[in-house]
Design a protein around this ligand. Structure first.
Ligand SMILES: [Zn+2]
Length: 404
């Protein structure tokens, strides 16, 4: 038998990758003993490696050769402004390859600076020089023991430059507020239905205005159907009228119980407020798909029946904030942002979205999996930094004055 992988396994339990040499027999043994332990794994990435991978690991050579990773984090060393790298991570269960830059506030973590899909080469142009790292993000459903990754990094095409903006075309279905939209078919009076129809133009205008305010001074530009057609590919965010129930199949997206209904059993329909399409896409790491799409399901904001009406539809202002924040959340996913455990636009529960003005704040990344949520303490998502690091230099120059 090869040397016992148990110590590695124990560490991998927290963050290490499993050595590729592990034989199937030992793997099964470990799976069995894991099951015997009741799979009570604290699915929490503590970043407790016994060393600080952001400081203590040797940088990976940019040699174009695949390197099997022992950790989910691989340093790339110091990268200069305008340096272009080309990278790829292969392995089962990888959901994204994230580029991190050193964090000026918290050493044992990196700031999200870019990323890309697994299993294919992508390029990254350094906008903000400094030490960089790759973080291999696994699908939460991948058991620790099956996690493997080989990372290849090399100099990229010097001419490569990311777009300096992402335009998003925001559309509203005819009858987005009434078909059924926020009209509860069981309890609405004709008068209430008519009121919803009457306020639709105000809501539409208010939502677009709110979205433009949220994304001001970011590379994201909100277009509507009345605007001149875009020159470059656009992403699309559609406000749909329908109410969408969540599948109970362990798919994790922006589905929660409507706010204020947790203690009312008759109101416990779990609905989807919005999602990146097609279902299951979740996030576009590094914004490599400039024409991807998402939807907000307006019908999901209504309650059902008199007792289940949601505070989300109590006022025109609540409606505008709820819909705009949910759209901003999905647009965040379209350009590569993940969830954070904050009262923030990237919080997973858009049901809190109508309560106040929300922003894109700096926070640790939150992952959801079959056994619950956990926080990636090693990855800081700072949208302001990410926008400057992952998009072209126009924005960077425009915001240099506000460099923190
Ligand atoms: Zn989300």
């Amino acid at each position: 038998m090869p040397s016992s992988p148990l110590p590695s396994f124990l560490i991998s339990h927290f963050s290490l990758l499993t050595p590729r040499r592990t034989s199937l027999g030992i793997l099964l043994l470990l799976v069995t003993s894991l099951l015997a332990l009741g799979t009570g794994c604290p699915a929490v990435e503590q970043g407790d490696f016994g060393l600080n991978p952001f400081r203590d690991l040797a940088p990976l050579p940019l040699d174009g050769q695949p390197h099997e990773l022992a950790y989910t984090i691989a340093p790339l060393g110091e990268l200069a402004a305008d340096q272009v790298i080309r990278l790829k991570a292969d392995g089962p269960g990888i959901s994204a390859v994230l580029l991190l830059a050193e964090d000026d506030q918290f050493e044992p973590a990196g700031r999200l600076a870019g990323g890309g899909p697994p299993g294919m080469f992508f390029e990254y142009r350094v906008q903000i020089p400094g030490r960089h790292f790759v973080f291999v993000l696994f699908d939460p459903q991948t058991p620790d023991l099956l996690r493997q990754a080989a990372l290849t990094v090399m100099p990229g095409e010097p001419a490569f430059a990311p777009p300096d903006r992402q335009q998003v075309l925001v559309t509203f279905d005819a009858g987005f507020l009434t078909g059924p939209g926020l009209v509860d078919p069981e309890s609405f009076s004709d008068e209430e239905r008519e009121f919803m129809a009457d306020i639709a133009p105000i809501v539409q205008e208010g939502v677009v205005e709110r979205l433009r305010t949220i994304f001001a001074e970011t590379p994201i530009e909100i277009l509507t159907e009345g605007d001149p057609p875009a020159a470059a590919p656009v992403s699309r965010l559609a406000f749909r009228a329908e109410r969408v129930l969540a599948d109970d199949d362990g798919t994790y997206f922006d589905a929660v119980l409507p706010a204020g209904m947790e203690d009312r059993p008759e109101c416990q329909d779990k609905v989807v407020f919005g999602e990146v399409l097609p279902r299951g896409t979740m996030v576009d790491p590094g914004n490599h798909a400039p024409d991807d799409e998402a939807a907000v399901y307006v019908g999901s904001f209504q309650g059902r029946g008199e007792l289940c009406r949601s505070a989300a539809i109590n006022s025109v202002n609540n409606i505008i904030l709820g819909l705009a924040h949910t759209a901003a959340h999905e647009i965040g996913h379209l350009v590569g942002l993940y969830h954070v455990p904050l009262a923030d636009i990237m919080n997973r529960s858009p049901s809190l979205a109508f309560q106040r003005d929300l922003t894109f704040a700096r926070g640790q990344m939150l992952m959801e999996g079959p056994t619950g949520n956990w926080i990636l303490t090693t990855v800081i998502q700072d949208p302001d930094f990410y926008f400057r690091a992952n998009f072209g230099p126009t924005l960077h120059i425009a915001t240099l004055g506000s460099e923190k």
